[in-house]
Structure formats: structure tokens, C-alpha cells
Unconditional design. Structure first.
Length: 51
């Protein structure tokens, strides 16, 4: 399921880059930053760390 969501976000940001709404660098980095944020959130949740 996560792979489908990741693929959709990559495709969406590539579309924005092609339409020149978003710079290409941001279009490449946003899906990866989102994936990393989800990973950190899951790690913190599993360890029950309160920030």
C-alpha cells in the first residue's frame, strides 16, 4: 500500500515539474522527504518517545 502512495506522489510531483509549477529539484525531493518523515514518525511512535 505504501508503495502505491509513494508512486502516486512521485507521479504527481513530476507532473507539477513538467507543468513548470514546481522546480525539478523540489519535485524530486518532496516525495523522499515525505517518505523519510513517515519513517521517523513510525519510529518515534514505536518507541513511545514524546517530543
Amino acid at each position: 500500500m505504501f508503495c502505491i502512495i509513494y508512486y502516486c506522489t512521485v507521479t504527481f510531483f513530476q507532473y507539477l515539474a513538467v507543468q513548470e509549477v514546481l522546480p525539478v529539484i523540489l519535485a524530486l525531493w518532496f516525495p523522499n522527504l515525505g517518505r523519510g518523515a513517515v519513517g521517523v514518525a513510525l519510529l518515534l511512535r514505536s518507541r513511545r518517545i514524546v517530543i
